[in-house]
Write a protein that binds this ligand. Structure first.
Ligand code: SAH
Ligand code: SF4
Ligand code: F3S
Length: 480
């Protein structure tokens, strides 16, 4: 990715790109083969698991080899222009594969499908199916229509679809950590952001189905769940956005209460969540974090900019002072909490002083980690309609680089502070560099590499931190 820093160290990771997902089941030679590739944020990866579940129920098996697929589906992201360009390149490649295998069906899912709708069929002729994020139950019908010689589109957005009853198939994963969606859509209308247009209105999922899914995951050996939403703090069940109770005979649930319910599933199930919104994150949520050991001390709290005028233009709903008050609340209520953020450099009208305010805010907060982007104008957004994308490319790039360099220094500083500490880590996988080493994470989401010994994926181990880089800690296992 050109305009962002990629690292596996983020809970919601809109930098993830192009991962082919495969279900590890015995192959039935006659079954139709599905190749599913996903881009974008964790929500999209989570949706791909719903899609796989729907199609496996229809008798599909998944494959990692696009050449042998009967159906290729690409789950896409529209957040920045370059995310869409990558998908267009992939679609061109898939169309080449289709020339070798004429019956092959190519479908586009997710945010780009929703944004571009029929254009992808008519003007660009790149795909056979266009399915928006709320239409996945319809995929079997859409595939049948295409098999009958039609092109098929469903881009209806829903006010209540949450796929709550669908048990996602966990694809290509370590069997330890899973994403669990708790809300869909977004009602916030940040002026730079395309998500409200591609994902529709915000809606929350029935808390009982969330707890049940987490319990099932735990019973199957999972040890970590990440509760997902564009703004988890606005999760609410049986309550309107104004706080009115919908059904007086049913309990209401807010995000703090939901976390508490999930924390009770088992003390050995770690709970993470993403994304928190500075305007909505209450002390209640922080108090629940502090109360339960298994709710991890880590908050992703995107700031976007450190300047209040800029935040107004971005329509973020908070000022610099409000944001810093939330940071103070985190530091007060959840000591030793890791904090990460997202920033945008070069948004419309950004002055040098406004950019400096972002740097000074970063110095005040000292984030563990940040996802740092260059502004990319998106069609239909408030910013596209109201403001000019007037910061020249070289200035955007230079400011972004200054943000990245500062963050790099802060990440290293925070990692160095961990040396000498004893931490409990959850073992995730073998190290990419050596099969003699494994990787786990601390409660604060720091990655720790250690010598394998007798460690197994899913174990909780005590380690002493001995060394670090800006992205990784190294440690020794301490036997009890
Ligand atoms: N719901 C989350 C973020 C979703 S998008 C939140 O409100 O924080 C993830 C990140 O992409 C955003 O936090 C923002 O930093 C970045 N982003 C969104 N639109 C963008 C755009 N048009 N150009 C550059 N970055 C953008
Ligand atoms: Fe986009 Fe803002 Fe919603 Fe996040 S909160 S998804 S940035 S509109
Ligand atoms: Fe996610 Fe990208 Fe859509 S960040 S919500 S997949 S536009």
């Amino acid at each position: 990715m050109q305009d962002s820093i990629l690292d596996s160290n983020k809970v919601i990771d809109e930098g993830r790109q192009g991962e082919a997902l495969e279900l590890k089941t015995p192959v039935n030679q006659t079954a139709k083969k599905l190749y599913l590739e996903s881009y974008g944020c964790a929500m999209n990866f989570s949706d791909s698991e719903v899609v796989a579940s729907i199609l496996v129920d229809q008798g599909f098996v998944t494959t990692r080899n696009e050449g042998e697929a009967d159906v290729i589906l690409i789950n896409t992201c529209s957040i920045r222009d370059n995310a869409e360009q990558r998908v267009r390149n992939r679609l061109t490649q898939f169309n080449k594969a289709k020339r070798e295998k004429p019956g092959m069906i190519i479908g586009i899912l997710g945010c780009m499908a929703e944004r571009l709708k029929k254009n992808l069929l008519e003007e660009e002729k790149l795909v056979d199916i266009v399915a928006g994020p709320d239409s996945y139950r319809d995929l079997p019908n859409l595939i049948t229509e295409v098999e009958g010689g039609q092109k098929a589109v469903n881009v209806l957005l829903s006010r209540d679809e949450t796929y709550a009853d669908i048990s996602p198939i966990r694809l290509d994963n370590n069997g330890i950590s899973a994403f669990v969606s708790i809300t869909r859509g977004c009602d916030n209308m940040c002026s730079f952001c395309v998500v409200p247009f591609t994902r529709g209105r915000e809606r929350s999922r029935d808390p009982q189905t969330i707890v049940q899914e987490c319990q099932d995951l735990f019973n199957r050996g999972y040890r970590e769940v990440t509760l997902l939403g564009q703004n988890v703090d606005s999760y609410r069940w049986n309550m309107s956005s104004k706080g009115e109770i919908k059904d007086p005979n049913q309990p209401t649930t807010n995000f703090a209460q939901l976390m508490e319910m999930v924390a009770h599933v088992d003390p050995l199930l770690r709970i993470r969540f993403s994304t928190s919104h500075p305007k909505d994150m209450t002390d209640d949520v922080l108090e629940v974090m502090a109360k339960y050991n298994n709710i991890c001390n880590y908050i992703h709290l995107p700031v976007q900019s450190g300047n209040t005028e800029m935040l107004k233009r971005m329509n973020r709903g908070y000022s610099r002072e409000w944001y810093m008050d939330r940071i103070a609340a985190i530091k007060r209520i959840v000591p030793n909490c890791g904090i990460s953020t997202d920033t945008i450099s070069g948004f419309c009208g950004e002055t040098e002083e406004e950019h400096q305010d972002t740097l000074s805010l970063m110095r005040e907060v000292k984030y563990d980690f940040a996802y740092m982007y260059k502004y990319s104008e998106r069609p239909k957004t408030l910013a596209e309609r109201k403001f000019e994308d007037d910061v020249p490319e070289e200035i955007k790039q230079r400011r972004l680089q200054e943000v990245i360099d500062l963050q790099q220094a802060h990440s290293l500083e925070i990692m160095q502070q961990q040396i000498g500490k004893t931490e409990i880590i959850l073992v995730e996988k073998e190290s990419r560099r050596s099969d003699k080493q494994m990787v786990g994470r601390t409660d604060r989401y720091h990655k720790v590499v250690f010598d394998r010994g007798t460690a197994k994926v899913g174990d909780y181990l005590k380690v002493k931190i001995t060394d670090c880089t800006s992205a990784t800690l190294f440690g020794d296992v301490i036997s009890e």
